[in-house]
Structure formats: C-alpha cells, structure tokens
Design a binder for this molecule. Structure first.
Ligand SMILES: C[S@@+](CC[C@H](N)C(=O)[O-])C[C@H]1O[C@@H](n2cnc3c(N)ncnc32)[C@H](O)[C@@H]1O
Length: 286
C-alpha cells in the first residue's frame, strides 16, 4: 500500500473521531513506524509501505483513535530546540511554556562570566530547566518534582542532551527538598481547578498525570504556596516567574499583591495573545 493511501485513510478516520490535527498526526505516526522523517515520504507519496510496518502503524493509529496523545505513542515531543523523551509520568511539554523560557532568558542577559542560579519547581520532563541550561552555559539549575518517575524522565533527558552537569534534580513537595537561594525561580505548576478538570479533553484527562494538572478547587493552590514560599529562596531582587492558565492573570496578580513581598509584577502574553506568564521581583529585605 502506498504512503499516500495510508495517510489519507488514517487522516479521514482521525478527523471523524474529532482529532484536531488528523493529517499531521497520521504523518508523525507513520514516520515513527518507518523510522524516518515525515519529509522523507512526503516527497515520494507513492512509496510502498511494507506489510509489517503497516501493521505496526495500524496498532498505533488505533491507540490514537482512542484518544492517546501522539507524544505518548511515540515517546517524544519537540520543545525549544530539542526533542524530549516523554511518557505518561510527565506532562507533555506545551509550546506555550516556551514563553516562560523566553521571559527567563531576558532576565539572564548578564555578562557571560556571571554564574546564575535558577530553580525549576515541578520540572516534569525537564523541559524548562533543560531549555535554560542549553541557552545559558553558566546557569546552575536545581529542578524538583514530587514524582520520582517524572524526575527519572527529566534526568534521562538531561543525560541525552549532555546537560546533566548543569542540573541537580531533587524529589519532594515544592520547596521542601531545597535549601539554597536563587536568582530566578521558574515554575509551570499544576493549575487546573476541579470543574475545569472534569471538562478536559480525553487526551489530557485520561492520559496525562493528574498530579501535573490538578490544583485544588479553584486551580490556584500552587500559586498561593509558591508565591508565599519563594521569597525564602530568592536572593534580594531575585525573580519569580510562573506560567498561568489564560484566565488566571487577575487572581494570581492578587495573590502576588496580597503577599506584599514582591515588586515589578507584570504579565506576559503568549503568541495567541493570552496571558501566560507572571513575573515579579522579590523586594529587598529592609
Ligand atoms: C504542569 S506540570 C509542568 C511540567 C514541566 N515543568 C512543563 O512545563 O512541561 C507540573 C509538574 O509539577 C509536579 N508537581 C505536582 N505537585 C508537586 C509538588 N507538590 N511539588 C513538586 N512538584 C509537583 C508534577 O509532577 C508535574 O511534573
């Protein structure tokens, strides 16, 4: 069977199942089965696909039809300038999170000779910590997660990307395993409230780890805790940067203001024009 027919049929089935990017998903899964790049067969759509490869593709297509995200099927996801290993112990890194990385990099524009200490709370696959380490050779990162399985994945990604010498991984609840001070603290914490969680798409709710998503009744539990505890680990004038859900800017700004410990509170929008990152500077202890 030629590539063209396989892709067309799978894309049609995926579209009927309500999958948002049916053709792209079919192409990625076929490329994964054939161990090649999508472009390799898109240039030559009449290329025949061997029966064993077709059988493997059909198994993967069935998983996709049931709602499993492509990244968990292939075990990999592009983020920043690299490809990360992912599995169902980690959130699939989202492009929106690259905005948090960009904001942190703006704050790191110091001379190349200055070491900068950064803490990533809830590192998951390691996405944010690895992106920052890859861009700032003198950055020293600490990356934490409550999930041992997530940390194992993050460590593996750091090894693959040869960034392990820059990052210490610690398991524990938020700041509990951390006894250091940092210039920058970043986090993309869980931020889904109870009602919203019930309405999540199947691919998220049934496959992504609940502990990476759920954040109490109103989705703000982690913001309250991190905003309260971060000053105890930030150097004077250090920055806290938090990814937020697109409707959470006002309540999270309220949390920052109410703590009285921060100045220069601002919101950065993502490329869809939605509020995505809040950053604030720790006030100098007087
Ligand atoms: C939304 S995910 C973000 C993952 C990754 N940083 C990213 O941006 O793709 C939140 C992460 O926080 C972790 N987490 C949840 N509760 C935690 C806690 N109490 N302390 C530390 N990490 C926690 C989860 O295991 C998950 O990896």
């Amino acid at each position: 069977m030629p590539v063209r027919d396989i892709i067309n049929e799978a894309a049609r089935n995926f579209a009927m199942a309500g999958i948002a990017s049916p053709r792209l998903d079919a192409e990625i899964l076929l490329a994964f089965c054939l161990d090649c790049e999508r472009l390799d067969f898109l240039k030559n759509p009449s290329l025949p696909v061997a029966e064993n490869a077709l059988a493997s593709f059909q198994k993967l297509a069935e998983r996709r039809l049931k709602g499993e995200p492509v990244a968990y099927i292939t075990g990999r996801k592009e983020f920043w300038s690299f490809v990360l290993d992912v599995n169902n112990s980690v959130l699939i890194p989202r492009p929106d999170t690259e905005v948090l990385v960009e904001e942190a990099l703006i704050l790191c524009k110091k001379p190349d000779t200055v070491e900068i200490k950064i803490l990533d709370i809830g590192t998951g696959s390691g996405a944010i910590a690895l992106a920052l380490a890859s861009e700032i050779p003198l950055a020293r990162l600490t990356a934490t997660d409550i999930s041992a399985a997530a940390l194992a994945t993050a460590r593996k990604n750091a090894d693959t990307l040869k960034l392990n010498s820059q990052i210490i991984f610690l398991q524990g609840d938020l700041f509990e395993p951390v006894d250091d001070f940092f210039d920058i603290i970043v986090s993309n914490p869980p931020y889904i409230g109870e009602d919203e969680y019930e309405k999540l798409p199947v691919g998220v709710k049934n496959y992504e780890p609940p502990e990476a998503l759920q954040a109490g009744a109103d989705g703000l539990d982690f913001y309250r805790k991190i905003v309260a505890e971060a000053p105890g680990h930030l150097n004077n004038n250090g920055w806290l940067l938090l990814e937020i859900g697109s409707t959470q800017d006002a309540p999270v700004i309220d949390i920052f203001n109410a703590s009285g410990q921060y100045s220069d509170i601002s919101v950065r929008k993502d490329y869809a024009g939605l509020p995505r990152v809040i950053k604030a500077r720790r006030k100098i202890n007087g």
